[in-house]
Ligand binder design. Structure first.
Ligand SMILES: Nc1ncnc2c1ncn2[C@@H]1O[C@H](COP(=O)(O)OP(=O)(O)OP(=O)(O)O)[C@@H](O)[C@H]1O
Length: 308
């Protein structure tokens, strides 16, 4: 049954929980301004984003939209200019240098686009996976955990190979094992399939999905490949340093995958109408809104009368 208008009014007066509540990743009005030689570039312009524990989310957007800036903030490499960024309960703006090191070592794992940046070429795959555990003071179970991770990601056969003896896709799957070595709560991947062909990309993507499903780790993948984004439950679109749209995928009763695109509503109620919708109805400057019991109607403004 649809709610009545008085139900909606009662709901509106109820107190709202703090933004983000217990989300695993919270970005609230995040701003990052770069200053170079007196010129300011606003890379993030009040970005809001919530990701729950155990989600697998893709972040898409055109070049320059702010995706890498966001990922650098979430990985603890960069500090935003203003706003709130919280991951696994840790405040990324006020964290001490010591906490930052701990955060980067054991709370987040990272996978870069360039395969060469993820692995040391003179170590075998197994040694690469063992290295972060060694740096964090891990004990003798290191080798067993490295082998288990390589097995889980389908690259057990590469354990004794060095980087030049592996394909690009195998290297990226080993890189995922390296990122998972210290059992992080969150894995961040910046264009992890950017240098790979579509078939190999699919294998790397499968490996990320396996890590998410089997280990319960929250996974955030930045990409500008819309096809890659089709393989996740939620895709967040970024435009001009803000979240602009979300696509949610679900299965219907017949098992068909349905993707629905939503506009993002910010905390004060602003939303961006798609340009093609506005053009189709000649919407400009103002629209008329009407609250119904289960939706809000948006109409073009009435034509001004030209009669005298
Ligand atoms: N270190 C920096 N100094 C100055 N400006 C920067 C710096 N890093 C990024 N920018 C600017 O901030 C904006 C967002 O850049 P960002 O790299 O986050 O975008 P992106 O969506 O990741 O792009 P791409 O898909 O090309 O990697 C761009 O205008 C970029 O030029």
């Amino acid at each position: 049954m649809n709610p009545t208008l008085s139900d909606l009014e009662a709901k509106a007066t109820r107190k709202k929980a703090a933004f983000g509540g217990d989300a695993h990743i919270v970005c609230d009005n995040l701003v990052r301004i770069y200053k170079t030689e007196g010129v300011e570039v606003v890379a993030l312009q009040g970005l809001d984003l919530l990701i729950d524990k155990g989600e697998l989310v893709a972040i898409v957007g055109a070049s320059g939209s702010g995706k890498s800036t966001l990922l650098n903030v979430l990985s603890g490499l960069d500090v935003p200019t203003a706003g709130v960024a919280r991951v696994a309960g840790m405040d990324l703006l006020s964290m001490s240098a010591r906490d930052r090191l701990r955060y980067r070592r054991s709370i987040v794992g990272f996978i870069w686009q360039q395969t060469a940046r993820n692995l040391l070429p003179y170590l075998t795959a197994r040694e690469n996976v063992e290295l972060p555990m060694k740096l964090a003071g891990g004990g003798r179970a290191r080798r067993r955990r490295a082998d288990e991770l390589l097995e889980l990601l389908g690259v057990a056969s590469c354990a004794d190979r060095r980087t030049p003896e592996m394909s690009g896709g195998q290297q990226q799957r080993v890189a995922i094992a390296v990122a998972l070595a210290n059992s992080p709560q969150v894995v961040l991947a910046d264009e992890p399939t950017g240098e790979l062909d579509s078939e190999t990309s699919e294998q790397v993507f499968d490996a990320l999905r396996t890590a998410n499903r089997e280990l319960g780790v929250t996974v955030v993948i930045v990409t500008h490949d819309p096809l890659v984004a089709e393989q996740v439950d939620r895709t967040v679109g970024i435009r001009d340093g803000r979240t602009s749209s979300e696509t949610l995928r679900r299965e219907d009763a017949e098992g068909r995958i349905i993707a629905e695109e939503y506009a993002v509503l910010d905390r004060v109620g602003r939303l961006q109408l798609p340009r093609d919708f506005m053009n189709a109805l000649d919407m400009e400057r103002r629209v008329r809104l009407e609250l119904e019991s289960d939706h809000i109607g948006v109409w073009p403004a009435r034509e001004e009368s030209t009669d005298d």
